[in-house]
Design a protein around this ligand. Structure first.
Ligand SMILES: Cc1cc2nc3c(=O)[nH]c(=O)nc-3n(C[C@H](O)[C@H](O)[C@H](O)COP(=O)(O)O)c2cc1C
Length: 373
């Protein structure tokens, strides 16, 4: 029996919505084009002015992450898909949204079973949350970090673990940028809402995510740098998909997964079966995967200054850095998400009629209020 995407739109939308987005503003907009196409738009969020490069880039990366979730949600029901990035040249400028970022065609007539990896990543979508808490001293195992690097490579980007010295350097730079940073958000978050500049030893967090407590964070966090070959809109979309694929891969493996498997699988075996006490022991640790948060302000400030984005290392790779990710194990489960921040069902980030570009010169509609701050 062939697949009817229309009857499954609610689930597809919910899974795509769970992607990370800068300031939690979900800059995407999905348009269902019967019978089997879904288009991903970058919707206008700010005023009538064109977006600056830093903002446009981060919005496109967020949309790339949502696209990855959508792809997984389609694959788990056993259907192949074809993704066209920037299919329409007239709507291809991310600095002047609406921008048609991708068109996804679902191959409804033919079944292609989802692999174990795809199913596991899909299951991780719900568990993943940005975790800005201090992480445990327990370092993330290299095997899992390598799996994350592979995951990013499969999506056409590069992910690298920073040397502790480089991580320290990045934290210092982030602290410096934070002190001087006046963010360019005309309509959304007023600069005063960013709170006092962070003190040494406290990680770079924005005020809307920071609850003011002074707690000790890791002295040298484990940081990973995500980069792409170039700095075009397609590269940003790839970076977003690679980002989501990598962090879902980290979430997918449990805390006890020294080699990427839950404890019960590396318990001692007797006569070919795991020893009884290991079977009975509840695998508490196995619930939580690797946590991640982002430290992107220094990259933004380079964009705003019109400079080439700087690598966190003295050594420069040929690629362009897109995101810096902090990874580690959070000591306790991340509290349930605050549902008051969820946008309503009628919100334009759901399924709705196509966004129509206003004729040149016409005033854009009233800018949307950002509820994320
Ligand atoms: C491109 C991009 C940049 C981000 N930059 C930061 C950042 O600098 N600091 C931060 O704390 N979170 C950052 N985030 C994380 C978002 O704030 C987070 O995804 C959002 O609040 C939604 O929460 P969730 O990831 O738990 O669903 C970024 C996310 C994206 C996609």
């Amino acid at each position: 029996m062939s697949y009817d995407p229309e009857s499954d739109l609610g689930r597809l939308r919910d899974e795509a919505q769970r992607a990370p987005s800068v300031f939690y503003n979900r800059p995407w907009h999905f348009e269902y084009v019967p019978p089997d196409h879904i288009r991903l738009w970058l919707r206008p969020l700010e005023g009538p002015m064109p977006l600056n490069k830093a903002r446009a880039r981060e919005y496109v990366i967020s949309c790339g992450a949502a696209l990855f979730n959508l792809r997984l949600a389609i694959r788990v029901v056993g259907h192949d898909l074809v993704v066209w990035l920037l299919p329409e040249p007239t709507y291809a400028n991310p600095r002047n949204p609406p921008t048609l970022l991708a068109s996804v065609e679902i191959v409804t007539q033919r079944v292609k079973k989802a692999g174990i990896r795809e199913q596991a990543l899909y299951a991780a979508i719900e568990q993943r949350h940005t975790n800005r808490e201090p992480y445990r001293i327990l370092p993330a195992p290299l095997a899992i970090l390598t799996a994350m690097e592979d995951a990013a490579a499969q999506e056409g980007a590069y992910l690298r673990l920073l040397h502790p010295r480089e991580a320290k350097r990045w934290m210092r730079r982030a602290a410096k940028v934070d002190k001087a940073f006046i963010p360019p958000f005309p309509n959304s978050v007023p600069p005063a809402d960013y709170g006092p500049p962070p003190k040494n030893r406290y990680p770079r967090t924005r005020k809307d995510f920071w609850n003011g407590e002074k707690r000790r964070f890791e002295r040298i966090p484990q940081l990973m740098a995500l980069s792409t070959d170039d700095d075009t809109t397609v590269d940003w979309l790839q970076a977003g998909q690679a980002l989501q694929c990598a962090i879902l891969t980290g979430t997918r493996f449990s805390k006890s997964a020294r080699y990427g498997q839950a404890a019960k699988y590396h318990a001692p075996h007797r006569d070919g079966y795991p020893a009884r006490r290991h079977l009975l022991k509840p695998d508490d640790e196995a619930r939580d995967g690797l946590s991640a948060s982002f430290l992107t302000q220094p990259l933004e400030s380079d964009d705003i200054d019109g400079e080439a984005r700087r690598w966190p290392f003295r050594w420069r790779y040929a690629e362009v850095p897109q995101m810096i990710i902090r990874v580690g194990y959070a000591p306790e489960r991340q509290p349930e998400k605050d549902t008051s921040r969820e946008r309503s069902a009628e919100d334009s980030s759901g399924w709705s009629p196509p966004l129509v570009k206003p004729p040149p010169g016409a005033p854009r509609g009233k800018p949307e209020e950002d509820t994320s701050g």
